[in-house]
Design a protein around this ligand. Structure first.
Ligand code: ADP
Length: 452
């Protein structure tokens, strides 16, 4: 209809919400009744807001002090059931998402009809979705438009299953069973809960044959668990808000399936091959392209039909003179073109002039049978600049002997990678999209090794 859909993360602070709604110049706000108090608190600061639509029947809407609010049902009743769709240029804006803004204000990424449709068609093809598939994205719409899956469902006619609020293992399992879901999509944290629930109950997901994992690195142990316990292939994808989101994908090719099992799992831990149309390269500190030898690692740059050039309302472009966008990730490209993320540039642990990949160290810890979740952050160290701290949640809730963990890790990583301390916790901080909030841990533990 020519309007721009801005999917909004309600877990931003009220100040960030005000900033984003004003920056986006949002005119109509559509909310669930749960968010009425939140909007009541900020509505006077929203400079462009004209109407609030509450997505509920009138009888389900509590007394409130919202200005210019109506129920969705009322709105529909007043309108004609005829609609003349406008003819729009393919470059017209269609949707807007903001990055999570862990540092500074969130940045807006404006998608066009063209970029959205090209991406939606491409993901269906690469992932093998067809009209008989039932696909369950356990990804909020504000996380890069639920990774484009809703658009892809409309274009390709597959069944779109949405989970609502209940993301615990039991609710997800019941939904999968009820809708006979073939493919799941989500960040690793969501699957930890589901796998743990299923293992505890001795249940198997019979219908699921593929799980697309992105947003954070998919650990080896998870790839193995989906395969061994559920006969489901974990398709590892990588991307970001600026990329609509998908850039690379590691699909179930004949080549992958012919490898010995352990080797295939290793291959699946890599973030995969560029989607058709997407170009990738790694560069050194002088912006010189690095060899694709599976060894050299450097800043990962991308370009392609659904990759952003300029942040919404930004003064200058976010790409270099040749149109390459710097992703902020550090990666290696293998000779066959497969890309592997080493780390986010800001999460790489810089120690004595060398690098440690927090992702690799977490993956190594997660292969321990009693470790449920692992998080590695670099914190300041008086001699080595930064050293790793390892935070662990165990499956049985008890601590494991630190020496035992170090011995276990030594089978997988070199000695100087071993964490300077191991800290057992009951929970780890996650952001609204389910990713580990490493910034919070770094801040909280910044003195931990300095005091020693
Ligand atoms: P946010 O910054 O809010 O996390 P995005 O969802 O856009 O927003 O995050 C993109 C980043 O997530 C990437 O730059 C990368 O660091 C990380 N990421 C995404 N997919 C993967 C993956 N498969 N493996 C490792 N990191 C990933």
């Amino acid at each position: 209809m020519g309007a721009i859909l801005h999917t909004l993360n309600p877990r931003y602070s009220p100040a960030q919400l005000v900033y984003i709604l004003n920056h986006a110049e949002d005119k109509v706000l559509i909310i669930d009744p749960t968010f009425i108090p939140l909007v009541e608190g900020v509505q006077d600061q929203l400079n462009f807001l004209e109407t609030i639509i509450i997505a509920a029947e009138k009888s389900a809407i509590p007394e409130n002090n919202l200005n210019n609010a109506c129920s969705y049902d009322d709105l529909l009743e007043q309108e004609s059931s005829e609609y003349q769709w406008p003819e729009l240029s393919e470059d017209t804006s269609s949707a807007l998402c903001y990055t999570s803004g862990t540092t500074g204000n969130p940045k807006g990424v404006l998608y066009s009809h063209r970029s959205t449709i090209l991406h939606a068609i491409s993901i269906a093809g690469t992932m093998g979705f067809h009209s008989s598939s039932a696909v369950l994205p356990v990804v909020p719409m504000f996380h890069v438009n639920a990774w484009g899956v809703p658009y892809s469902a409309l274009i390709n006619g597959f069944t779109l299953v949405l989970p609502g609020h209940a993301l615990d293992g039991e609710s997800l399992y019941e939904l999968v069973q009820q809708e006979s879901v073939d493919c799941l999509l989500g960040v690793p944290t969501v699957w930890l809960g589901l796998l743990q629930y299923l293992e505890g109950k001795g249940l198997k997901m019979e219908s699921v044959d593929q799980v697309l994992v992105g947003g954070s690195a998919a650990p080896y142990a998870m790839i193995k668990a989906f395969d061994e316990q559920h006969d489901a292939f974990l398709t590892h994808g990588w991307g970001m808000t600026e990329m609509s989101p998908l850039g690379t994908i590691n699909t179930q090719t004949k080549k992958a399936m012919s490898l010995p099992t352990e080797e295939r799992y290793q291959l699946q831990t890599k973030q995969g091959y560029p989607m058709f149309g997407v170009e990738i390269k790694t560069v050194d500190d002088d912006d010189k392209e690095l060899p694709r030898d599976g060894e050299a690692s450097g800043a990962l740059k991308v370009k392609g039909p659904w990759i952003m050039h300029t942040y919404f309302k930004a003064e200058g472009p976010a790409v270099d003179d040749e149109g390459w966008f710097d992703t902020g990730d550090v990666a290696t490209i293998h000779p066959d073109g497969c890309m592997q993320i080493v780390d986010r540039a800001k999460d790489v642990i810089k120690t004595g002039g060398e690098w440690i990949s927090s992702i690799d160290l977490e993956n190594a810890a997660l292969t321990h049978e009693n470790i449920l979740e692992a998080c590695v952050v670099g914190v300041p160290h008086p001699k080595w600049d930064e050293r790793p701290l390892l935070f662990l949640i165990t499956k049985d809730g008890n601590q494991i002997d630190k020496q035992e963990i170090n011995d276990f890790l030594l089978e997988k990583v070199v000695k100087w990678w071993l964490p300077d301390d191991i800290i057992f916790v009951k929970e780890l901080p996650h952001g609204a999209t389910g990713k580990l909030l490493k910034v919070d841990l770094r801040e909280e533990y910044k003195e931990h090794l300095m005091e020693k």
